[in-house]
Design a protein around this ligand. Structure first.
Ligand code: SF4
Length: 411
């Protein structure tokens, strides 16, 4: 019996046998499909971007070496606790994973392979920023480690906007990074872009999308609306009136017309902010949105295993102490079936597959179409939602106001 889960059970149900945590995976994914999604959080960046509220710190070699050592220990710990379970994705995110040396990246991926039964065709994604990638040889080394999907933080093709966002790279660096990745044989490259930037007009955004599609031709695109995160320098400048965001109706058109354009070019809109060529949707992120189990490794990473959700400490010292004492994951939130169903409904509505009406029935004991008759009618009449094949799906206009719709459905 894995020691850790024996300890947790001893705290909660001392006389019951400690369950194998993968039993709950079996319930969610069906026989023969007990596969985890693995996420590794790399908490380093070259500098802090002006709009960012993610957990990251400025890179330095000493802390990075400490982090990698602790991370490898944590990976080994979880591999032992869970009896080297099957995993089908490994996602190196952050932060800026491309700041780590190839030797460190090799240590991390090798540790994951050793401690988890990674599928032969596992999707291994790495996030990279254009300022911290190497030459074609560097990309080829990534590919030889098994990285088969690259997510490149381009954010904008305008140097003016990049400077305002506090990004440490130019648009030319981004296009050159993409070309080098392709030259090294990485065939699955996604780009991140941000819309709704100060000074950006609808035509700028659509023109940029055209350039991206026609000239850069990524397999995947994530297009995020700029969000104002509390306490960031960027938000303070907006609050001080130094920067002005585009009017709301123009931002709405950026989203809807941008999504329509991408679809007209054959990029499938599969989640609120995500578009992909056929066969190139992110398996890892799709797994999250389907409510699958995921194990988050590294400082501040969150995990959901069966009905247990827990987060690692954010500070390096606390994270390292928890890994040494083997207490990571000991304090967990127990998710009841109603919470899991609510989450699955919410996540489903973020995707173009939509949410299962049967999940609503299981959650509330009522049929959604009857229980929220007036709301569903209004959503359909206003072109915000559709119902078919047992699912409720938001349209592009509906996705624009998804938070409001989701809270009305689940209130
Ligand atoms: S590179 Fe990404 S994670 Fe790092 S500071 Fe910039 S936006 Fe945040």
């Amino acid at each position: 019996m894995p020691r850790f889960f024996g300890e947790v059970e001893a705290l909660t149900r001392p006389k019951a046998p400690a369950p194998n945590p993968l039993d709950s995976l079996a319930l969610k994914t069906g026989p023969g499909e007990k596969k985890l999604l693995l996420y590794v959080h790399v908490p380093f960046c070259r500098q802090k971007c002006a709009y960012c509220a993610f957990h990251s710190q400025v890179y330095n070699q000493v802390t990075a070496a400490w982090y990698v050592k602790t991370l490898v220990a944590e990976i080994g710990l979880w591999g032992r606790r869970l009896n080297r379970p099957k995993a089908e994705t490994l996602y190196l995110g952050g932060g800026t994973p491309s700041l780590l040396s190839l030797a460190d990246l090799n240590r991390i991926v090798s540790a994951a392979r050793q401690s988890f039964d990674l599928d032969r065709d596992a999707e291994i994604t790495m996030e990279a920023n254009p300022d911290s990638v190497g030459d074609a040889g560097w990309f080829a080394s990534l590919a030889s480690l098994g990285v088969n999907r690259l997510s490149l933080g381009v954010q904008s093709l305008s140097d003016e906007h990049l400077a305002r966002l506090g990004r440490p790279h130019s648009a030319a660096q981004a296009t050159s990074a993409l070309a080098l990745a392709r030259r090294a044989g990485l065939a699955n490259v996604g780009l991140d872009l941000i819309w709704g930037l100060p000074g950006q007009r609808l035509q700028d955004w659509l023109g940029q999308l055209r350039t991206v599609v026609k000239e850069l031709a990524p397999q995947h695109l994530s297009c995020y609306g700029l969000t104002q995160e509390e306490g960031t320098p960027f938000t303070r400048r907006i609050q001080a009136g130094e920067l002005t965001l585009p009017p709301e109706d123009e931002q709405a058109r950026m989203y809807v017309l941008g999504a329509e354009y991408l679809e007209s070019e054959g990029l499938l809109h599969y989640e609120i902010s995500n578009f992909a060529r056929l066969g190139f949707a992110s398996r890892h992120n799709s797994g999250y949105w389907e409510g699958r189990d995921y194990l988050g490794l590294g400082p501040s990473a969150v995990s959901t295993l069966g009905t247990r959700r827990f987060a690692n400490a954010r500070a390096m010292e606390d994270y390292d102490a928890a890994v040494r004492q083997e207490t990571t994951g000991r304090d967990f939130e127990a998710l009841d079936p109603a919470t899991l169903l609510r989450e699955r409904l919410m996540l489903g509505l973020r995707t173009t597959r939509g949410a299962l009406l049967s999940d609503y029935l299981a959650l509330t004991g009522k049929a959604l179409l009857a229980d929220k008759k007036a709301l569903i009618q209004a959503l359909r009449q206003n072109g915000l939602a559709r119902v078919n094949q047992g699912r409720l799906r938001l349209t592009k206009n509906g996705m624009l106001v998804s938070s409001a719709i989701i809270s009305r459905i689940l209130d």
